[in-house]
Structure formats: structure tokens, C-alpha cells
Design a protein around this ligand. Structure first.
Ligand code: 5CA
Ligand code: ZN
Length: 408
């Protein structure tokens, strides 16, 4: 699939500090230790009802990782998927009388525009589930050859317990796993399953549903194996970061990791499992199923500057759960205007310590609220007492774009 294009990222003097990130699996902030090429897979959208503010928050969070690694001197290989075939998309197609492909194409196109508007650096590989079906089938065959797969009425299930490390991403007790599995697309109660947590890797054709011919038969892939397959194809094993929102910790990232670990006989799938918090609206997590959504495109069409949207997201630490409010957007719009006024001055106070501070707090698990505070202080000083450093406004402007993705 085509990715999207954003203007290039400005260069900065010096290099950023090594990035430390919270890892869900070990429940600690640990250094990321990428080699020359940092490898990251971020779970993409299921293309309907895109792009809401929750999505935007998640992709902006992972964009900060991308930018911090680039600033620290790494090349970044970023892969993202599009779940362009799955139950919720087909349900939406039936409910609205539209073709599922038309919905997916339209929503993916809108997502690309929103990402470009939000100055989110594009992934190197942007890969659809449909185009990955031959690859998924091969990986399922490999699991079959290992004896890790069994059939239930023509559908294929992965024995999650074949992976001795199953459970080590989310670290949940069985009761919680069962509850979340049922809530998030799993089928713990299906008769014929050996373990209620075993996950669907291949679903045989259903009436009136699309299906593809593969050596596994006529059908379509399960969800978790889609991301495991795309990550393995484009990045290989032991990637630096597997990312997504916190609603993907279990079952999605747990199952995908176990599948990849059995396919390759290697461990771990990822060195860091990184999860962004959930954005709420009207008292609940913003979600397609509930329908309480604020769309990036609606705000843009109302004339909201996408950089103000991005600034509103950055005011929250990426791991916290928070609620979108018009008030938050107003504050972000004012802050953006202050920063723009300050960098439009012919000179200001030196920006060297501000750059060092912003790099330091971002390297410490992406503490964006502290980074905004640091630039606020510089902007306040520039607008009140002033300064005679003629390079400073340009340096702040480039820093804001390069590290925070906020174009001034
Ligand atoms: N296609 C799958 C991943 S393979 C999927 O979860 N798609 S999604 O469209 O439902 O979500 C896309 C991304 O946005 C996921 O990382 C999800 O965790 C994140 N997300 C969804 N809702 C919110 C929310 N309210 N706040 C923050 N992030 C969210
Ligand atoms: Zn995924």
C-alpha cells in the first residue's frame, strides 16, 4: 500500500540522548538499545471511522519515538499495517450497505491525509492485511508443521500454550485474560477449542463473506497472525518496539508475540512492548463500537490548525488515559500562537539549554508535558525580556518541528 508524505524533518545541532521507554512486559522504563537501524512495528487502523483523536494520539506517540531515534543518530525502519479485512469492517459494510473494499479504501485515504496534516512521519512499509494473505498462509503452515495448530469445524486455531512464554507480555491471570479475550474479538466459549484462549489463525469461508484461495483452503486470516506475519516479513524477529494503544496489550500483542515466537523458535518477538493510553470523550474511551468519536478531519474542516490538535495531544504524557475537551484544544491553540509569536521575533534568549532540556525529557519515556514547559519558558522570556541571540528563534522552530512534530 502507499504510505503518505510529509515535509522533511529539520536537522538539529548535536545528537539526542539514548531513548528510554516503558516496557509493558517488564513493567519498567528501560533503555531502548537499537543497533544502527531501529526496528519498530506499530499496529495500524482497522479502516472505518478513522481518524479519531484516540488514533491520532497513538500515532503521534509512536511518531515521537521515531523522531527521538532519528535525533539520536539511528536509521529507523518503521512498519505499520492496515487491517483491511476483519469482522468489524465487514459488519460495518453490512450495516451501511457499502462494499467493504470501498469503506477500507476511503478510510485509509482519509487516515493518510490526517497523518500528513498532523506531521506524523510515514512508515517505510505500510502493509494491508489483504496483501499479506499469502504470507499469513505460509506462516500458518509452518505452525501446522510444528503441531501448534488444530482445526475446529474447518477453522484453524493456534495452541497458545505451545509457546512457553505465552503470558509474558501482559502478565495477567487467566481470569483476566479470559475476560479481555471475550471483550476484544476472541471466542473463549467456542465448543471444540482445546484451550479457551487458543487464537484463530485462519477462518474458513463464511456465506456472503470474502475469502481467498490458499494452501490452507478458502478463507481469511485471523487478526493476531496478520500483525505477526507483517512484522516478520518486513522486520524479522526481536524488533526494538512493538507498539499500539493499551487496548492491544491483551490479547493482540500477547498472541502475536507467541505466534511469532513459535514460527521462528526465537524469543523475544520484541524487546519493548510500548502502549499509549486511551483518550476518552463523553465519559468513555473513544471507540468505534460506542460511537463517541471526535474526528481529526472534522476539526480540520472546521478550520482547526492540525498543529493545535497535535499540541493538545502532546500536553498529556503518552501513557496516561485522558479525556479530550474543547478547553484543551483552546489551550493548545493559544500555546501554538505564543510559540509562533516568539519564533517570529528577530532574536531571543539563547535556546541551547532549552534544546538540551527538551532532548533530556523526551529521552526519558517521552515526557512531552515537560518538553512543552521548557519551550513555554523560552517563549515567555523571548516575548517579555527578549534576548540578543539571533539564531535562537530559528533553533526553537526547528526543534519544535524535528522533536515534537509541531511546525511553527
Ligand atoms: N487494526 C487494529 C490493530 S492491528 C486496531 O486496533 N485498529 S483500531 O482502528 O481499532 O485502532 C488503531 C490504533 O488506535 C490501535 O493502536 C488502538 O490501540 C488505538 N486506539 C483506538 N482507540 C483509541 C483511543 N480511544 N485512544 C487511544 N488510542 C486508541
Ligand atoms: Zn496489530
Amino acid at each position: 500500500m502507499d504510505s503518505w508524505v510529509v515535509p522533511s524533518r529539520p536537522d538539529l545541532p548535536g545528537t539526542g540522548a539514548p531513548l528510554r521507554l516503558f516496557d509493558t512486559a517488564s513493567a519498567q522504563i528501560r533503555p531502548t538499545a537499537p543497533g544502527p537501524v531501529a526496528r519498530i512495528y506499530v499496529c495500524g487502523i482497522t479502516p472505518y471511522d478513522a481518524t479519531h483523536i484516540g488514533h491520532a494520539n497513538t500515532y503521534v506517540a509512536f511518531d515521537l519515538i521515531n523522531r527521538a531515534w532519528i535525533d539520536a543518530g539511528h536509521e529507523v525502519h518503521y512498519v505499520q499495517n492496515v487491517t483491511d479485512i476483519d469482522d468489524p469492517l465487514l459488519e460495518r459494510a453490512v450495516a451501511t450497505g457499502q462494499d467493504w473494499r470501498a469503506i477500507a479504501d476511503r478510510e485509509t485515504a482519509l487516515f493518510r491525509q490526517d497523518m500528513a496534516a498532523l506531521n506524523v512521519l510515514p512508515p517505510r512499509n505500510y502493509i494491508g492485511a489483504v496483501e499479506s494473505i499469502p504470507s499469513v498462509a505460509q506462516y500458518v503452515e509452518r505452525l501446522q508443521a510444528r503441531g501448534d495448530v488444530y482445526a475446529v469445524d474447518g477453522d484453524l486455531y493456534f495452541r497458545v500454550r505451545s509457546d512457553p512464554h505465552f503470558g509474558s507480555v501482559a502478565n495477567l491471570d487467566v481470569e483476566t485474560m479470559l475476560r479481555l479475550f471475550a471483550e476484544r474479538g476472541g471466542d473463549p466459549d467456542r465448543p471444540g477449542k482445546e484451550d479457551p484462549l487458543d487464537s484463530l489463525v485462519w477462518q474458513s469461508e463464511r456465506p456472503n463473506e470474502p475469502a481467498w484461495d490458499t494452501p490452507l483452503g478458502h478463507g481469511r486470516p485471523g487478526w493476531h497472525i496478520e500483525c505477526a506475519a507483517i512484522a516478520l516479513d518486513f522486520l524479522g524477529m526481536t524488533i526494538d518496539v512493538q507498539g499500539g494503544g493499551s487496548d492491544l496489550v491483551f490479547p493482540h500483542h500477547e498472541m502475536g508475540a507467541s505466534e511469532a515466537q513459535r514460527i521462528t523458535s526465537e524469543y523475544p518477538f520484541a524487546r519493548h512492548y510500548v502502549h499509549s493510553g486511551m483518550v476518552g470523550w463523553q465519559g468513555h474511551k473513544m471507540s468505534k463500537s460506542r460511537g463517541n468519536l471526535v474526528f481529526v478531519s472534522t476539526l480540520r474542516h472546521e478550520g482547526v490548525d492540525p498543529m493545535a490538535i497535535r499540541m493538545a495531544l502532546l500536553a498529556h504524557h503518552y501513557r496516561s488515559d485522558w479525556a479530550w475537551t474543547p478547553h484543551g484544544l483552546e489551550g493548545a491553540t493559544e500555546r501554538l500562537a505564543r510559540w509562533r509569536a516568539a519564533v517570529a521575533l528577530p532574536s531571543g534568549p539563547s535556546a541551547d539549554t532549552t534544546l538540551a532540556r527538551v532532548r533530556e525529557v523526551l529521552a526519558d519515556d517521552l515526557r512531552t508535558p515537560s518538553a512543552l514547559d521548557a519551550i513555554d519558558s523560552w517563549a515567555h522570556a523571548a516575548l517579555t525580556t527578549g534576548g540578543d541571540d539571533r539564531q535562537a528563534p530559528d533553533l526553537i522552530s526547528r526543534m519544535s518541528d524535528a522533536l515534537l512534530g509541531v511546525r511553527l
